[in-house]
Ligand binder design. Structure first.
Ligand code: F6R
Length: 614
C-alpha cells in the first residue's frame, strides 16, 4: 500500500529514476502521485491526482530535460488513500518549515489527531487532511542541525506504522529513511542509491540491497548508507543480492501482468516444487521449516492465517491437512484471529500465508502467535519480507514477482506448498508410503497439468464472451473446491467488477437460489472429487430455475459436460490437485470477462497490492 521511492546520485538526475520507480510501484496504490526534488536552489514539489502517467506529464511540462540534471536527489510517492480524499493537497510529498523539508510516508499514524492538535496549538498550519503531515512538521520542529536525529525524535512520538523518506534544504544531498511495520529496501549501486518500498523499483539500478528492519533509521548520501536505531546506536545490516532481474517484472509481450502471471504458473509451480519432493521416502523436504520428525509429531492442530486470496488458499489447506495428516486444521481470517484472543500454544502450528509477506493483519497474527508460544511458520512469496523474517522459519513460494493486483500464481503456489507440507506431516503419521508415493508422482506432473488448462485459453475466452455482460454470478463447489469457488468469485469481482458470490454447492438451496434466473450464470466446480455427483444434482437445481451453468469439468467426463450449459475443461488429476487446475480455469475466465468489459485489469479501482494497513 502506497509506494515510496528515493534516489540520490553522484552525477545523475533523480527525475527519471523516481518516475520509473513509481511506475514499478504503482500496483501498491494509484490514486495520486508526487515527487520532491532538491537542488542548490532548494526543494521543488510536483503532485498530481490519478496515475503516475499524469505526474509524468506534469513533469514533462514543468521540467525541461535541460533543467533536470541539477536535481540529483529526490523522493517520490504513489498513494492509496487512507486519511483524506485523493486530492493534490493530500498527495505526498508533504512539506514543512515553509517547504524546506519534504517527506513521503507509507503506513498509518494512529495518534496523528493528538499530534496535530499539539502542533496547531503551537501555530503550525496544516495543508492536508493526511495523518502523514504531522511527521513532516515534527521533524522540522526537532531539527537542530542533524536531520537523522530530528527524524528519530519525531518518530519516537509516533504510534502506528511507517516507512518514510525525507529530504531537507538545510541538509543538502542527504536523505533520511526509516521503517516500522512498512517495508523499506535500500539498493546500493556504484554511483547511486535507490530506496523503495519494494525491490521491484530497485532492480533496474542494482541487485545489491539492504532490507531495513523495524526500528531502523538511515542517513543516505551518494557516498553511502549509515544505519542506526531510533536511540542512535549504529547497526549493521548485510547487503544481499536479489535473485531475479528486471525481466521478471516486465510484461514480456503480454497485454497485462495478470495474464502473464496466469501463464507463468507452470514455471512458477516448478520452482515451488523444485528440490522439495523426496520420491524415495514418498514425502517432501521442506528444509526452511527446520522441524524434526519429533517436532512434527508433537503438532496437535494447524491454524492457517491469511487474508483474501491467501485465506482461500488456507481454506484449501484445511482439507489437505485433515485428509493427509489427520490433523484438525482451522483457517482463520488474520484480522479476526488476531483480535479474538486466539487459543494457541506450543502444540499448535500457525502458518501465515502471504504473497507479499507484508499484510498488516497477517503480520499481527504472526506476532500474537509467537507471543503465545505457538510453532509459527511463514509461507511467503517475497523473499526477505517482514512475515518471512519474523516467523523465523517457513517456506518460500518462489513463484517470482507478482505485479498484477489480483493474485493468481501466488494462490496456486500457496496451495502447492501447503500440499507438500500436508504430505510431509502426513508421512510422520498414518499416511502410507504408497499414498505418499502417489502424491509425489502427481505433484511432479503439476506444471504439465497447469499447461493443459492454459491450452484451453481460447475456448475459455469464447465462453467468457457469452457471459461478459452478466451483472451477477454464483460460484459453487464442495469440499476442497468450496474455497476455490470463493476464489473464483473474488477474482471476477475484483478484476471485472461483476457481483459474484461463492457458496458450498449444497448451501445454494438454503436461500441464494431465490436469486437465480436466466440472467444469473452459475459456475459449478465439477472436478473429480468425492461429492461431484451431488454437485451435479445442484447443477440440475440451478438449470431448473433457468440459470445457465458454466461447469469446470474434467476432460472425458461426458456426463458432467452434458449437464452444464458451457464447459471449461481441465485435465484429469487426483482430488488433492483439483483446486489448482480448477482455479487456473477460473482465473482465465475472470481475466477474459474483465478484458471484454474494458476494465483496468492490473490496477482495479479502489484496490492496492500489499495491504499494510489494518
Ligand atoms: C486478491 C488479492 C488479495 C490478497 C490479500 C492478501 O486477488 O490479491 O485478496 O490476497 O490482500 O495479500 P497477501 O497474500 O500479500 O498477504
Amino acid at each position: 500500500m502506497c509506494g515510496i521511492v528515493g534516489f540520490t546520485s553522484r552525477n545523475k538526475s533523480a527525475v527519471g529514476p523516481l518516475v520509473n520507480g513509481l511506475r514499478r510501484l504503482e500496483y501498491r496504490g494509484y490514486d495520486s502521485a508526487g515527487v520532491a526534488l532538491e537542488s542548490a536552489e532548494g526543494i521543488k514539489v510536483y503532485k498530481q491526482t490519478g496515475k503516475v502517467a499524469k505526474l509524468d506529464n506534469l513533469l514533462s511540462r514543468a521540467l525541461p530535460e535541460s533543467e533536470r540534471g541539477k536535481y540529483t536527489i529526490g523522493i517520490a510517492h504513489t498513494r492509496w488513500a487512507t486519511h483524506g480524499l485523493p486530492t493534490v493537497a493530500n498527495a505526498h510529498p508533504h512539506v514543512a518549515d515553509n517547504g524546506s523539508l519534504a517527506l513521503v510516508h507509507n503506513g498509518i499514524i494512529e495518534n496523528y489527531a493528538a499530534l496535530r492538535a499539539g502542533l496547531e496549538k503551537r501555530g503550525v498550519k496544516f495543508l492536508s487532511q493526511t495523518d502523514t503531515e504531522v511527521i513532516a512538521h515534527l521533524i522540522a520542529a526537532f531539527d537542530k542541525g542533524d536531520l537523522l536525529a530530528a527524524a528519530a525524535e519525531a518518530l519516537k512520538r509516533v504510534e502506528g506504522t511507517y516507512g518514510i523518506a525525507a529530504i531537507s534544504e538545510k541538509h543538502p544531498g542527504e536523505m533520511v529513511v526509516a521503517r516500522k511495520g512498512s517495508p523499506l529496501v535500500i539498493g546500493v549501486g556504484e554511483d547511486d542509491i535507490v530506496v523503495a518500498s519494494d525491490v521491484s523499483a530497485i532492480v533496474a539500478y542494482t541487485r545489491q540491497v539492504i532490507y531495513l528492519k523495524d526500528g531502523d533509521i538511515a542517513r543516505i548520501t551518494p557516498n553511502g548508507v549509515d544505519i542506526h536505531t531510533l536511540d542512535n546506536s549504529p547497526v549493521t545490516r548485510e547487503v544481499q543480492e536479489v535473485d531475479w532481474d528486471i525481466g521478471a517484472i516486465e510484461k514480456g509481450g503480454y497485454e497485462h501482468f495478470m495474464i502473464k502471471e496466469i501463464f507463468e504458473q507452470p514455471d512458477a509451480l516448478a520452482n515451488t516444487i523444485r528440490g522439495r519432493l523426496d520420491p524415495a521416502g514418498g514425502t517432501a523436504f521442506l528444509s526452511g521449516l527446520s522441524l524434526s520428525p519429533r517436532d512434527l509429531a508433537a503438532v496437535r492442530r494447524v491454524v492457517i492465517v491469511g487474508c483474501g486470496t491467501s485465506l482461500h488458499a488456507g481454506m484449501v489447506g484445511k482439507y489437505l491437512f485433515e485428509k493427509l495428516a489427520d490433523i484438525p486444521t482451522d483457517p482463520e481470517q488474520a484480522a479476526e484471529f488476531r483480535y479474538s484472543n486466539p487459543i494457541v500454544g506450543p502444540n499448535d502450528w500457525v502458518m501465515a500465508l502471504s504473497q507479499s509477506g507484508e499484510t498488516a493483519d497477517t503480520l499481527a497474527a504472526v506476532r500474537e502467535s509467537i507471543r503465545k508460544g505457538a510453532l509459527v511458520s511463514g509461507l511467503c512469496n517475497v523473499v526477505g519480507s517482514t512475515i518471512a523474517r519474523e516467523a523465523g522459519r517457513g517456506v518460500y513460494l518462489h513463484a517470482g514477482p507478482e505485479i498484477s493486483v489480483a493474485s493468481t500464481k501466488a494462490f496456486t503456489a500457496q496451495v502447492t506448498a501447503l500440499l507438500m507440507m500436508a504430505l510431509k506431516l502426513g508421512r510422520t503419521r498414518r499416511l502410507s508410503f504408497e499414498d505418499g508415493d502417489r502424491l509425489v508422482k502427481e505433484i511432479s506432473r503439476l506444471p504439465e497439468l497447469v499447461k493443459k488448462v492454459l491450452e484451453g485459453n481460447e475456448a475459455i475466452a469464447k465462453v467468457a464472451e457469452k457471459y461478459a455482460k452478466a451483472d451477477d454470478m454464483f460460484f459453487i463447489g464442495r469440499g476442497m473446491l468450496h474455497p476455490v469457488a470463493l476464489e473464483g468469485a473474488l477474482k471476477i469481482k475484483e478484476v471485472a467488477y461483476v457481483h459474484a458470490e461463492g457458496y458450498q454447492a449444497a448451501e445454494l438451496k438454503h436461500g441464494p437460489i431465490a436469486l437465480l434466473s436466466e440472467k444469473t450464470p452459475v459456475v459449478a466446480l465439477l472436478a473429480d472429487i468425492p461429492g461431484k455427483e451431488k454437485t451435479l444434482g445442484n447443477v440440475q437445481e440451478c438449470r431448473a430455475r433457468l440459470a445457465p451453468v458454466i461447469g469446470v469439468v474434467t476432460e472425458g467426463d461426458e456426463a458432467a459436460a452434458a449437464a452444464v450449459t458451457d464447459a471449461l475443461t481441465i485435465p484429469k488429476t487426483c482430488a488433492e490437485l483439483s483446486p489448482i487446475v480448477t482455479v487456473v480455469a477460473l482465473q482465465l475466465f475472470a481475466y477474459h470477462v474483465a478484458r471484454l468489459r474494458g476494465c483496468e485489469i492490473d490496477q482495479p479501482r479502489n484496490l492496492a497490492k500489499s495491504v499494510t494497513v489494518e
